[in-house]
Design a protein around this ligand. Structure first.
Ligand code: GLN
Length: 494
């Protein structure tokens, strides 16, 4: 049946319940679309047979009138989530052909809600990157291209494969992770909705750890409603992750029915940075007007420590990464390169198994945690982090949500920034502050750049107030009316 890959999750759910098509038909259409999308290099493992088996099971439950919230919905999974019996690599050579004997809590929740797994999505190695160029499987290509220009561009990162496969209409949604922007920035680059929930909303159990105090799972979807539907299925307290919160999980989808009359939306002046492209600044202003027209009250707010968020993040995140990645020693998982003795074996394994960006992070992390520099860097960064949290807490006394651009640029060409780590890190300048504070934040596709590439706007909310974030995002989505889609050039590229 044609058109099945063009549905939203909510439409597909309703169509399945009304038996207008079967979960099997939906899975078959998506398996085919995933196959056609291979030129994008968005998937590192296709699980077509598993998808059909899961779809058949969904059809049985639907026939019995049982179906859960995501019954029969085909999704892609970032290859950072451990999937029982299905190879999980984190985009790294060092994990080799690691096949986890367990399922991450978030993916288990999705399967329990009836979702169907299409496969594992490409990503930056250990989720370190903003362009999906650090993957050991090679870069992902953005389905979008600049108008009149065939040069390949990046989908953003680190959840680049997840974003590309949804933007290419080959999955109805995907589950990614966001440590400093890895859901929101690729969403902005590919014309999708990307939601990073409050730290603790979703369990981190079974997600390969990058920076444990920042990592959060979240959905990449085509609509705000779909993000709400996926988040509800993913969320909840998990006794196996002590940082997962025992907070009630509201009906996120129902939250979308409310308007935003009287909502106080803050515009942080510190985000108006030098060198912000005029197109992004103009879009931001348009976004402010849209929310105002929808009944929101706009207020200027100040987040004085914004400029320090990025440098502090690039101390905290590598510090945690260097500690988390110590476990890859050639003994427990994946790759082992034999050496003269055990230390030599460790060194050779890690030198060969980790790519250059991961090695850089491990070295930065070990340095800032070393005895002589701990106070000067790590401890200082933690203090800055506390100030960033305080900035947000103060702002949220006056406003209910904040509106900012998602990223300081549109998608760039593959290779453009891969030689310059600092230029790459600057991608995260608008997403990192909410990550440092653990706040929920969403990117909503809001317009096209002069070159015809998607641009997103970001809404940040109070801790555990995804309801307000989603409601405001819904208003933004309605006003923006973003309907542009990439031309499916990859279908001809085969
Ligand atoms: N680009 C950021 C980094 O490289 C964020 C990555 C992420 O959110 N996983 O650390």
């Amino acid at each position: 049946m044609a058109g099945l890959t063009r549905l939203t999750i909510a439409e597909a759910r309703d169509g399945l319940r009304a038996r207008r098509f079967s979960a099997r038909e939906l899975a078959e259409a998506h398996n085919l679309a995933v196959e056609k999308a291979r030129p994008l290099n968005a998937m590192v493992l296709e699980t077509a047979d598993r998808a059909l088996d899961m779809a058949d099971a969904s059809d049985k439950r639907l026939a019995d009138g049982e179906g859960s919230a995501l019954e029969g919905i085909p999704l892609a999974v970032k290859d950072l989530f451990c999937t029982d019996g299905v190879r999980t690599t984190a985009g790294s050579r060092i994990l080799g052909d690691f096949v986890p004997p367990y399922e991450s809590t978030v993916t288990a929740n999705l399967w329990r809600a009836g979702a169907v797994m299409l496969g594992k999505a490409n990503m930056d190695e250990f989720a370190m990157g903003s362009s999906n160029e650090t993957s050991c499987f090679g870069p992902v290509e953005n389905p979008w291209r600049r108008s009149g220009d065939d040069r390949p561009i990046v989908p953003g990162g680190s959840s680049g494969g997840s974003a590309a496969i949804v933007a290419a209409r080959a999955a109805l949604g995907a589950v990614g992770t966001d440590t400093g922007g890895s859901i929101r920035q690729p969403a902005s680059f590919t014309g999708l909705v990307g939601l990073k929930p409050t730290y603790g909303r979703c369990s981190r159990w079974g997600i390969v750890a990058f920076a444990s105090s920042l990592d959060q799972a979240g959905p990449l979807t085509r609509t705000v409603r779909d993000a709400a539907v996926m988040l509800a299925a993913m969320s909840g307290r998990d006794p196996r992750d002590s940082t997962s919160a025992d907070a009630p999980v509201p009906d996120f989808e129902a939250a979308l029915d409310g308007g935003i009359g009287g909502l106080r939306v803050g515009v942080p002046g510190e985000y108006r940075m030098d060198g912000l492209p005029a197109g992004i600044d103009a879009l931001w202003r348009r976004g402010i007007r849209w929310l105002e027209d929808a009944g929101a009250e706009i207020r200027e707010v100040s987040l004085p420590h914004t400029a320090y968020a990025l440098p502090a993040y690039y101390i905290v995140a590598p510090a945690e990464a260097s500690s988390n990645l110590a476990r890859y020693d050639g003994v427990r998982y994946g790759l082992r390169v034999e050496g003269e003795d055990i230390v030599d074996m460790y060194e050779r394994t890690r030198a060969e198994g980790f790519g250059p960006e991961v090695r850089r992070r491990v070295m930065i992390g070990a340095y800032v945690l070393s005895a002589g520099y701990y106070d000067a860097y790590y401890l200082r960064a933690q203090k800055v982090r506390a100030l960033i949290v305080r900035d947000f807490r103060n702002a949220f006394e006056d406003v209910d949500a904040l509106l900012t651009p998602t990223a300081p640029s549109e998608a760039f060409a593959i290779g453009d920034k891969s030689g310059d780590p600092i230029a790459m890190y600057l991608n995260d300048v608008f997403t990192v502050p909410a990550s440092m504070a653990g706040l929920p934040a969403i990117s909503v596709p809001a317009g096209l750049s002069d070159a015809g590439l998607p641009l997103g706007l970001q809404l940040i909310g109070r801790w555990f107030d995804e309801v307000t974030v989603l409601r405001a995002a819904g208003a933004l989505e309605r006003a923006a009316g973003f309907v542009a889609e990439p031309e499916p050039w990859w279908e001809a590229a085969r």
